[in-house]
Design a protein around this ligand. Sequence first.
Ligand code: HEM
Length: 135
Amino acid sequence: MLKKLLLFGIPLALIVIGIFFFMDNEQTKQSSPQVSKEVTPEPTVDISPTTSSKTYSADDVKEHGVKTDCWMIIDGKVYDVTDFIPQHPGGAIIAKGCGIDATTLFNERPDTQLGEHPQSARDQLEKFYIGDLKE
Ligand code: HEM
């Protein structure tokens, strides 16, 4: 009788223990915290305005007073005309305006009888605009 009990009892006990062990293992798997995915931060987009025009003082302009580095003020606006100097139809006389307020020089071309530049010249000026004169 005892032999029978041991023969069936022990394997049965082992099976039951095995089932409990298996169930417990499944439960811990489910309740274990999920491995959190590493969150890559979204790239930040710079939305600051890029259209704001710069301002320069008369002293800033003065620092660019040679024909190889030539800024000039015309009607309250600052222009960097360095690249245009070799192409100026009026020649080197344009360099007189480098580093200063050249409004009168541009508008009246005082050394000539020509008076103000034609509209086409004013239109070209826009290409060289870099900012406004600081009040
Ligand atoms: C200090 C400033 C400047 C002075 C004194 C000056 C002077 C002159 C002079 C004397 C002429 C006549 C050339 C001729 O017909 O024989 C001329 C023509 C011209 N200048 Fe200037 N200039 C100045 C600045 C500029 C600037 C900054 C521009 C740039 C946009 C410019 C654009 C022109 C153009 C396009 C012409 C030809 C005009 C035409 O077709 O009649 N000038 N300039």
